[in-house]
Design a protein around this ligand. Structure first.
Ligand code: HEC
Length: 109
């Protein structure tokens, strides 16, 4: 009986756990070391500046998710005028890249 109760409690905890907030994900993945959530340039562009650049483009989320994983394509000059290209993020899953792309496009709140 005790086992059953703890199993139920565990299941409830899992279901009610808040979704991993995107900002926490960005922090955990090191994105915010190079990016601000505002419009200012750090090493890379602030996420609100990115959201503005891509506003109204319907394929923006997929495009950004791919960019986030791959970084600035080799041989391309950084278009944002920062000191370096964005490095690839090989440890990032496709799902996390999509979550972060959507969060950035939504203004990174
Ligand atoms: C080492 C610094 C660094 C880290 C870490 C980093 N970025 Fe970047 N990021 C950059 C730079 C620099 C650019 C500008 C690239 C360019 O101009 O080509 C950029 C550009 C971007 C852009 C804009 C792309 C575009 O097409 O305009 C997005 C979105 C982005 N980064 C998201 C992320 C996310 C999400 C993470 C974390 C998983 C991350 N970055 C981690 C440096 C970084």
């Amino acid at each position: 009986m005790k086992t059953l109760i703890s199993a139920v409690v565990c299941a409830a905890a899992l279901v009610s756990a808040p979704a991993f907030a995107s900002k926490d994900l960005a922090t955990a993945k090191g994105c915010l070391a190079c990016h601000s959530q505002g419009t200012d340039m750090k090493i890379g562009p602030g996420y609100q500046a990115v959201a503005k650049k891509y506003a109204g483009q319907k394929d923006a989320e997929a495009k950004l998710a791919a960019f986030i994983k791959a970084g600035t394509p080799a041989g391309t000059k950084p278009s944002w005028g920062g000191p370096m290209p964005m490095p690839a993020q090989p440890g990032l899953s496709d799902a996390d890249a999509k979550t972060l792309a959507a969060w950035v496009l939504g203004g990174a709140k």
